[in-house]
Design a protein around this ligand. Structure first.
Ligand code: PMP
Length: 395
């Protein structure tokens, strides 16, 4: 009898979940730091800023007041109303609170929307490169992600033309992110309108991940939610702009009757999102909080404006200036015959800078791309650039 391991008894889809390369690099960076090496972290996909004071204060108050029981599956009514009011105030988009569902992060929102829309065997169009969890979560559900290569010619975003060309029987949804991880690019409103029209035409749903909403620099901050109310699902989170990654709180917005069904699903899947976090998030839209967040947005913009030309000077290819998030997705310098996986390992070991290889985001041009995150102070970014420059001069 051949010996079995616990893993061999797991489902095929569980075993197919791939580890993130960035996690291996992060662990190695930790080992090097423990040995006394200095590492510049340009791989981290979360803001370096702490959660704003008014949110922390509201969270402390919630705990002091004993707000530690379940909320309803859809979330605190007051938080749903606050988000609805935020859509009106900031985006001039009226949205009924009943169309908003509070989730454990954008991650919980994505899982709910995918489970609500898709069945095993269905297909979904996503971008290559894109946030790796789309692909992995879809595969866990037995859904086939169809990764459409996108390049700088379309600002690393899907267009109706690309989607139409990639369309195959069984496509039930398109997932896009704006601004995008890893490219920081945003979808132009007219492109999104065309994608939505295509979806409507083909009976598919459009899922727009707006987790980096608020972190836009040269363009107006937008929401896709104004496009329409049928088959449109918007994913969002308190993680990035609001600086609340560890609180695990996000939301989704969708058609009212679908959200009702998703509330029942949420009840079964996770009962409700974290209660103290929901009370804390009630302070996220206070003018005092928004003032802090807007100052940070400008700090991110200054970092981008510093890092982008510095990387271009080193020969990295960033054809279009990214308009949001805190990432630069860069093509490796011409003539450098090293795969990005090897490059990120070597730059970590030999130069003390941690980056994310393109392989975490897709397959198409992954070996020739890396992602830089500007989630560090300008001085650290300068130091990272200096180290990479010295390293490139040596190889
Ligand atoms: N979508 C995108 C594009 C992301 O980059 C992330 C986190 N890195 C998420 C969703 C999930 O974030 P969270 O669950 O913290 O809201």
């Amino acid at each position: 009898m051949t010996p079995t391991t616990a893993v061999s008894r797991l489902s095929g889809q569980a075993r197919r979940v791939e580890p993130f390369h960035v996690m291996r690099l992060l662990a190695r960076a930790g080992e090097l730091e423990a040995l006394g090496r200095s590492i510049v972290h340009m791989e981290v996909g979360e803001p370096d800023f702490p959660t704003p004071g008014p949110i922390l204060e509201a969270g402390r108050r919630a705990l002091a007041d004993g707000r530690t029981r379940y909320t309803s599956a859809g979330g605190l009514p007051a938080l749903r109303r606050a988000i609805a009011a935020y859509y009106v105030e900031r985006y001039d988009t009226p949205v009924a609170p009943e169309r908003i569902l509070i989730t454990p992060g954008a991650s919980g929102a994505l899982q709910l929307v995918f489970l609500a829309l898709l069945e095993a065997g269905d297909r979904v169009l996503i971008c290559d490169p894109s946030y790796p969890c789309y692909r992995q979560v879809l595969q866990l559900m037995g859904v086939e992600p169809i990764a459409v290569p996108v390049g700088s010619d379309t600002d690393y975003q899907l267009t109706a033309t690309l989607a139409e060309a990639a369309w195959v029987p069984g496509v039930r949804a398109i997932v896009v992110a704006s601004p995008s991880n890893p490219t920081g690019s945003s979808i132009a409103p007219e492109v999104l309108t065309e994608l939505y029209a295509l979806c409507r035409d083909r009976g598919a749903a459009l899922v727009v991940d707006e987790i980096y909403q608020g972190l836009t620099y040269d363009i107006p901050d937008r929401t896709a939610f104004s496009l329409g109310s049928d088959d449109l699902y918007v994913i969002n989170s308190f993680s990035k702009y609001f600086g609340m990654t560890g609180w695990r709180l996000g939301w989704l917005a969708g058609p009212r009757d679908a959200v009702e069904v998703m509330e029942r699903m949420a009840q079964n899947l996770f009962i409700a999102a974290n209660t103290p976090a929901q009370y804390a998030a009630l302070a996220a839209f206070d003018p005092a909080t928004i003032e802090i967040l807007e100052t940070r947005r400008l700090a991110f913009q200054r970092r981008r404006d510093r890092l982008l030309p510095a990387l271009r000077d080193l020969g990295f290819g960033i054809p279009v200036q990214p308009s949001g998030a805190f990432y630069l997705y860069a093509r490796l310098p011409e003539g450098l015959e090293i795969d990005s996986m090897t490059l990120t390992s070597r730059i970590l070991e030999e130069a003390g800078v941690a980056l994310t290889p393109g392989h975490d985001f897709g397959r198409h041009a992954a070996g020739r791309h890396v992602r830089f995150a500007y989630t560090r102070e300008i001085e650290d970014l300068d130091e990272g650039v200096r180290r990479i420059g010295d390293w490139l001069a040596r190889v």
